[in-house]
Every structure is written in C-alpha cells, then in structure tokens.
Ligand binder design. Structure first.
Ligand SMILES: Cc1cn([C@H]2C[C@H](O)[C@@H](COP(=O)(O)OP(=O)(O)OP(=O)(O)O)O2)c(=O)[nH]c1=O
Length: 192
C-alpha cells in the first residue's frame, strides 16, 4: 500500500480526512495557483486541485497525492477568499438572500495517472442586514474561506437551505473521496 499525502494547508480538509479514519501525511503545495480568467467554476476547481496534487506528486512520486480546491460561484462569477474586509463585505452582501453554488474539485495523482472530479452544492442564504455582515466580518471567520463565510462556523446562521454534500462546502466531499481512494488500496481503519 502506497502512502497517501494530502496536498493541503486547510485545517478543515485535514480534520475531515482524519475523522474518516484515513492515514495520511500533509505536504503543502507551492503551486502558484493560476487560473485562466475564462474558466468556469468547475474548470477552476479542477485545474487548481490538479495543480496542487501534481506539484506535490513531483516531489513524492512513490505516493498517492490528493489535492482539492473550493470556490463559491454566484451567477457563474467565481468568488475566492476575500483579501480585505471591504471585499468580504461585498461578497456577503452579494450572497445575501440568494442561492449560490459551492464547487469543490478533487484530484488524485499516483504512478497510475491522474483522476479528478468535482462536486457542486447549492447554498441559499437568508437576507442579511449590513449590521449582521459587519458583525460577522468582525469575528474574523471570513478571511481564509471561499465566498467569505464558513458554513461550519458562525456562517451557519446565514444558511436557509443547502442541497448537496455539506462536507464539500466545508472543503472536502469526504465520503466520495474515501470511496474513490478504495481503488488505490487506501482504506479507512474504521471499516477494517
Ligand atoms: C464556502 C466555505 C469554504 N470553506 C473553505 C474551504 C477551503 O479551505 C477554503 C477555500 O480555499 P482553498 O484554496 O480551496 O483551500 P485552502 O487555501 O484553505 O487550502 P489548500 O489550498 O492548501 O488546500 O474555504 C470553508 O471552510 N467553509 C465554507 O463554508
């Protein structure tokens, strides 16, 4: 059985994979995460997940490497992580009272080649007041998260409805990932 590497600095991805009973190590990719401006959200998350996984695989060719990327999409426009309070405010105001999509791409690279997939989840927000948005930004939760919110944190208070895999919104569609890893002889110790 080859060792599995998670090519991610995201604490959420680490927690989800650990909770699933998978053994792995972490090597953070130094890919410069470039995407074409013309990319659709699904193309963007697949490309970024591939860039992260292939960069780490080049340094660890005897391993199985898992890369992932999450973006929020509103009317097809990609929202990444907000770089400032102003940007977080603009993103959350745009998401207020609307349904957006969260795309997470996953890429597994091994000696046998590369396998990728993405998950799309619809998330509907209640209408938010400017005061709520400002108070939320003051919690500092917005900044390392696509779309400027965390569904697993205080951002849960914004969510009216979700359709799809909750864990994919948090950053990793863990059930599908574990099922896919089974064909690489990587399995959860919980099921052994
Ligand atoms: C929408 C949403 C995103 N997120 C997170 C998941 C991802 O970690 C992050 C999007 O950024 P990513 O670039 O996908 O990931 P990352 O920079 O955190 O980690 P790495 O590239 O090293 O793998 O947003 C939440 O935690 N909760 C949410 O509700």
């Amino acid at each position: 059985m080859k060792p599995l590497i998670l090519a991610s600095a995201s604490p959420r991805r680490k927690d989800l994979l650990e909770q699933a009973g998978i053994s792995f190590s972490i090597v953070v990719s130094d890919a410069n995460e470039q995407i074409d401006e013309q990319f659709t959200p699904e193309e963007a998350v697949l490309s970024l997940a591939e860039q992260k996984a292939t960069t780490v695989f080049e340094q660890h060719p005897q391993s199985i490497v898992l890369g992932s990327d999450t973006v929020v999409s509103l009317d097809g426009e990609i929202l990444g992580k907000p770089a400032s309070e102003q940007e977080a405010f603009r993103m959350l105001r745009a998401l207020s009272g609307r349904t957006h999509q969260v795309f997470t791409g996953v890429c597994i690279v091994s000696e046998e080649g590369m396998e990728s997939f993405y998950e799309e989840v619809d998330v509907s927000f209640y209408p938010l007041t400017d005061e709520e948005i400002t108070a939320y930004i003051n919690t500092q939760e917005a900044f390392d998260k696509a779309g400027g919110y965390g569904i697993q944190g205080v951002g849960s208070l914004f969510v009216e409805r979700i359709s799809g895999d909750y864990f994919s919104v948090v950053g990793l569609p863990v059930s599908k990932v574990v099922r896919t890893l089974a064909s690489y002889q990587v399995s959860s110790h919980l099921f052994r």
